[in-house]
Write a protein that binds this ligand. Structure first.
Ligand code: HEC
Length: 426
């Protein structure tokens, strides 16, 4: 009996690796140099290094140590890294997933509980290098579009949200292969969401345009998958929805979006469009004081579709959003659910290639939005007032942006068969 147990412990040792044993309290002390620094490199430092808008660097022990308590709190609440999905439902694989595993959270937590020791500096992984501000991650751009007016941010005061604009100067429509947004002064920019206001937008398109691309600290552009692209139309005006911080002295910023195009004349096989599901008609959003409210929106797919990404959009009272498919056989499938939405972050959840939802024409997409207008919501500006639809941050919204690729029957069948052959789900 004893021997069998010993075997089991041995197997457990082999399978689980050191950090988890330490988190479970079986190994030596958890140290910054050996256990925590590798996690920070992988999940935190792209944002938390010198020169970004994140409040501190998490590169060296000296940088991180004073923040230990706050780090534990943010990590345990899954506030940091910013990734707000309920990881227990719906699709589990995303290309840009930066969340921590339960094991990593336990390691960080145990490190803090043990007094946040440094350990042996010789155990530190080699330091990462970060691309210089001037470098475009997507490669050499074909077109740069910069906001028309310089923005001046006051030295002290609350965060500021403002729309800035720029015209796209193109002689003809072009297919985008990659895009990237860069503020000139990243220290004061929390996020930028760029929308396209197209010259021939169909009736019912919001006057502020449809979403194209977003930037937040730590983000270095998006490159479309092979033979996949999005059309940038001649005559388009861009709206940059900016979120600024004050940092103690007067600051200025302009924001640039860079595009790389497919060669002229090349038309990608998979064409990405941005579709917004809202609670139309009239965005009838009603959020009475001191209440939690659910709002539903529906969108019937008239063509077969592949969904490449989803991005919930709500404001300060937003708490959760679920997107599900109501299938042709009247079953429903949850695609994704965000259970701790945070208006400070505009996260685009990009499905991994093998799990992108493949939905036949006739499927109904169902959006469920939850707003929390009670004092329990830490971001609620005032639980005693009624809120409804509006552009200001203190008003609210409920919509989800989907990156959709429409597929003809033959291509839909081909992709579905390929997926089934790999044992995957549609
Ligand atoms: C995508 C960029 C990004 C990533 C990745 C990220 N952070 Fe942050 N973090 C920020 C920004 C920006 C803030 C300040 C604004 C906010 O709180 O939303 C912040 C705030 C924090 C704070 C609060 C600091 C305070 O004022 O008390 C802690 C702690 C923190 N991050 C720890 C971490 C840790 C630990 C990781 C990795 C496990 C991580 N962050 C990953 C961008 C990021």
């Amino acid at each position: 009996m004893l021997a069998r147990n010993a075997d089991r412990v041995f197997v457990f040792l082999l399978l689980s690796g050191l950090p988890s044993l330490q988190a479970a309290g079986l190994g030596g002390p958890v140290t910054f140099s050996k256990d925590v620094a590798p996690i920070f490199q992988k999940n935190c430092q792209s944002c938390h290094h010198a020169g970004t808008s994140a409040p501190m660097s998490l590169v060296t022990y000296k940088d991180a140590r004073p923040w230990a308590r706050s780090i534990k709190q943010r990590v345990v609440q899954r506030d940091m890294p910013p990734w707000h999905l309920d990881k227990t439902v719906g699709i589990r694989q995303y290309k840009n997933d930066r969340s921590l595993s339960d094991e990593e959270i336990a390691t960080i937590s145990r490190w803090v509980d043990d007094g946040a020791p440094e350990g042996n500096p010789a155990d530190m992984p080699a330091p990462l290098t970060f691309p210089p501000d001037s470098q475009w991650f997507i490669g050499k751009p074909d077109l740069l579009v910069t906001t028309e007016q310089d923005f001046m941010m006051y030295p002290k005061g609350p965060d500021w949200w403002i729309d800035q604009f720029a015209d796209v100067k193109l002689d003809e429509d072009r297919w985008i292969q990659a895009m990237e947004i860069k503020p000139s002064n990243p220290k004061i920019v929390h996020h930028a969401v760029v929308n396209v206001i197209e010259p021939d937008a169909p009736e019912g398109t919001p006057s502020g345009g449809v979403q194209l691309h977003e930037y937040a600290v730590g983000k270095y552009g998006d490159i479309f998958a092979e033979n996949t692209g999005r059309l940038l139309k001649k005559g388009t005006r861009l709206r940059f929805d900016m979120h600024y911080f004050a940092i103690g002295s007067e600051q200025h910023n302009h924001t640039t979006i860079a595009f790389k195009f497919y060669p002229k004349g090349f038309v990608p096989k998979y064409q990405v469009r941005s579709v917004a599901i809202r609670n139309v008609p009239n965005d009838e959003l009603e959020i009475p004081p001191n209440s939690v409210v659910r709002t539903d929106g529906y969108y019937r797919l008239t063509r077969n579709a592949r969904i490449d990404a989803f991005q919930p959009h709500m404001h300060m009272r937003g708490r959760g959003m679920t997107v599900e498919a109501i299938n042709l056989d009247n079953t429903t499938t949850i695609l994704s659910s965000v259970d701790h939405f945070n208006f400070n972050w505009h996260v685009n959840y990009i499905y991994a290639d093998d799990v992108t939802p493949l939905l036949p024409a006739g499927t109904v997409l169902h959006m469920i939005g939850i707003h929390d207008n009670t004092a329990a919501n830490p971001r609620n500006p005032d639980p005693s007032v009624w809120a409804g639809f509006g552009e200001r941050s203190v008003d609210d919204m409920v919509q989800v942006w989907l990156d959709i690729v429409y597929l003809d029957d033959a291509e839909f069948k081909r992709l579905a068969d390929e997926r089934k052959a790999k044992g995957g789900k549609l």
